[in-house]
Ligand binder design. Structure first.
Ligand code: SF4
Ligand code: SF4
Length: 368
């Protein structure tokens, strides 16, 4: 069955600006019907790494917050800490970066809550019973919320071809342990040359998996539970992720994590993709290269698969920008994501999400 994906292009008039179009999209997907009075509504977004400027502008987020409040809900903005060391790897840095990027209460009209706690360990195990995972580990405050609204910046992504709703929810809501489980089958590794033997990680690991051997840290893989917390503890960045997961497996892992995020909230979830500033790579980098296509618009849907399929199609139907990192497939109809990342079959995430019943790749694009 076809799912509706509502589309607002970027044309505006004196009486209809882009902010009113965001409200129109939320009305079209029936957001108000999903928000019971006093419901706690998690608005999941990416605040942007410090230095990146491609993330969704806070004024649009304010508009979504206004609609949630009008429906009777109590919204909060949320994301989970990153696996790698950066400007959002613990809650203190994450909140600081978010506010510096414009997501202060004064602008967005809602508090910010990092879903997985100070260092990414505050998680809830959600039983999914799927092929790759029986349980997935999600930032606790996202699981506890009554309603989830995903606002994703749609762009290219080096591991998944594109990053949209599936990435925003599947990877973005996972705790540090959940993120590590999606990326790797093995424990973090100590780079001996970088290790100074300070012992900080030894005392920190709650599972006694790290010891000092010849003044260098060593991780016992049998004791390690893969929480990933030692990665951000080391002052010398000597403990590193082993990015060993094959792309198709990684994509299926991410989809199963999205199933965990939505479990029990399927009828109380709404998805938006902002197909603007379509940069070639993730907003987790402290920079964003030139957009690969001109700005396209904003889409909203109640189907997390249809919205990503429609967004990918809209980008691929557009003409590629010559002054970007795209060197081929610039013509309308050509696959921009394959041009950027030839080894990534981005369709796998959509095929698998449809296969396990999370949505449909068939959609009707309804212009509002
Ligand atoms: S915290 Fe880093 S530098 Fe210190 S012992 Fe552990 S790995 Fe080595
Ligand atoms: S990943 Fe977690 S359990 Fe494993 S060594 Fe690091 S802190 Fe310990």
């Amino acid at each position: 069955m076809k799912s509706a994906v509502y589309f607002a292009d970027l044309r505006t008039t004196y009486s209809q600006n882009l902010l009113s179009k965001v409200k129109g999209l939320l009305d079209a997907v029936g957001l108000a019907d999903k928000v019971k009075k006093d419901a706690l509504v998690a608005l999941k977004l990416h605040f942007g790494e410090a230095g990146n400027t491609a993330y969704i502008r806070p004024v649009f987020i304010r508009k979504i917050i206004d609609s949630i409040r009008k429906a009777g809900g109590r919204p909060f903005l949320t994301d989970a800490n990153t696996l790698y060391v950066g400007s959002r790897s613990d809650s203190v840095d994450h909140l600081t970066t978010a506010i510096q990027n414009g997501f202060s209460y004064a602008v967005v009209g809602a508090p910010l809550i990092i879903a997985d706690g100070l260092r990414g360990g505050m998680e809830t195990a959600v039983t999914v019973g799927l092929n790759r995972f029986k349980k997935v580990y999600i930032g606790a405050e996202i699981v506890r919320a009554d309603v989830i609204v995903s606002a994703a910046h749609f762009k290219g992504h080096e591991l998944s071809g594109f990053g949209g709703t599936i990435k925003n929810l599947g990877m973005g809501c996972a705790s540090r342990k959940g993120k590590l489980a999606q990326h790797s089958t093995v424990s973090p590794k100590v780079k001996r040359k970088k290790c100074q033997g300070c012992g900080d990680c030894v005392g920190y690991c709650a599972h006694n998996a790290i010891s000092l051997v010849d003044e260098k840290a060593r991780i016992d893989a049998k004791k390690c539970v893969g929480c990933g917390e030692c990665i951000i503890i080391c002052p010398n960045q000597a403990i590193q992720i082993q990015w060993d997961q094959a792309i198709p497996v990684f994509l299926e892992n991410m989809v199963e994590y999205m199933a965990g995020v939505l479990k029990g909230k399927e009828a109380r979830a709404t998805f938006l993709n902002f197909i603007t500033d379509v940069s070639p790579a993730c907003d987790c980098y402290p920079y964003n290269d030139a957009p690969i296509v001109a700005d396209i618009g904003i889409v909203a849907s109640n189907d997390p698969v249809a919205i990503d399929q429609a967004s990918a199609d809209l980008v691929n139907q557009a003409e590629g920008r010559k002054n970007s990192s795209l060197t081929k497939n610039l013509k309308p109809g050509k696959d921009k994501f394959r041009a950027l990342y030839p080894k990534v079959d981005w369709e796998i995430q959509l095929e698998y999400a449809e296969k396990i019943g999370l949505g449909s790749r068939d959609y009707d694009l309804v212009k509002i």
